[in-house]
Design a protein around this ligand. Sequence first.
Ligand code: KIV
Ligand code: ZN
Length: 512
Amino acid sequence: MRPVKIFDSTLRDAEQIPGAALNPEQKMEIARQLARLKVDIIEAGFPASSPGDLQAVSAIAKRIEGVTIAGLARSVKRDIEAAWEAVRYAALARIHVFIGTSDLHVQGILRKTRPEALRMAVESVSLARELCEDVEFSPMDATRTEYDYLCEVVERTIEAGATTLNIPDTVGYAIPSAFGRLIRKLIHDVRGAREVTISVHCHNDLGLATANSLAAVLNGAGQVECCVNGLGERAGNASLEEVVMAIRTRRDTFDADTRIETREIVRTSRMVSALMGMPVQPNKAIVGANAFAHSSGIHQDGIIKNRSTFEVIKPEEVGLSEHRFVLTARSGRNALRHRLEELGYEIDDIEPIYERFIQVADRKKEVLDADLEAMMGDRLRAIPETYHLEAMEALSTTTETPRAKVRVAVGGQTCEAETTGDGPIDALFRAIKQCVGVSIRLVDYQVRSVTSGTEAMGEVTVRVTSGAHTVNATATATDVVEASARAFVNAANLLAARQTAQEACGEDDAEA
Ligand code: KIV
Ligand code: ZN
């Protein structure tokens, strides 16, 4: 079997999604989980984009073992040095250098000529190679780059020392048959291409990212770049779980495999969704809530007789176990710690977690894995509390105008506000806004039930903007109105933290 490397860009390409930014602890938690999932390369960030990102990548490089840690860099000295500064402590470190190579990018964005862009690419790869043995180069927008120029760029950057050549379909323009042919032809035409790893990085603008990545594997690609839950810029990147499970399930066709520990897939998906505040659509392949749910009578009958009749993957293969582990208010700290560790969390101090667990267990009869994951998501999302929701009340009847009342601690002061609205949530958010005192616009509001049943915990995710900032915030509670208020206050806290960080280190706005 030919090995195919999995390069995960959740902490870089997906982290660029408006509102999905992570703090350093959240990045570390996801990096730990990606290591358990056994991805080959974690692209941990874009160190030149901000001092905070450089520090977060550096912390990951120092602590996460058994996997290559990559940092992204534009083809400029400052970025390459920042990337090296961030990844240098990793046992396996990689610098990932890129530059746009289509005329649209070379002339329209870089304002350069093709020979100038080529020189920048070659010089950057040479500099990166002086610092690091493992260097990846990406000619951005490769699928809209004139073929002969693309070959020249690939050949010259291989000569300059790139060890992985990544072919990005940056705008999701390719279709599988043509993309597969492009990869095959490049491997055939470019001197040195057989001696390096050929990688692909496909975006999903036409819904073809997974199909294009798989076509590339069939035509010789040895690395696929992807993100958990298919997250990433715009319509996202190729979905890690789809690429991995397609190759695993159809090894007969690919004659290739990855080293992914597939039983960690669902856990990884849930963690990324919770920490980025990006819910997974129910019909999403492999990790959606309905991916293994059979509703038609004929299908149910078939599944009972033989699961293969309507399932090509066993749910256990991706980490969905039949076995439900149930904790109750009578479960002790040891049982809670044990289960959380089995779910992949590192627990230093069980006490605050146990307190929250007891609050939930008192309201629900059984606390399931999904409840524990939601609780842990709340903890990992914890941010400095500029605003603290002390109390809330909301009224919704068929006869009166909905009303809400809140008490919010702000600094040493307490603010109380009472307002009406179109509904109880609208009234609540208006009241919170009065206490927060800055203009916040709600862009998206989603509520989902963490488990089934009327006593289930509700998870609310809000996306809000304020000035140039967009943040996603999530909160869970057995009462969805309370969860809504907490999510909105969390969003206000995130905005305040973002503002403080920006003032403290004057972040620049480099983007890939
Ligand atoms: O989509 C893209 O081209 C990228 C590059 C930086 C690889 O994300
Ligand atoms: Zn990308």
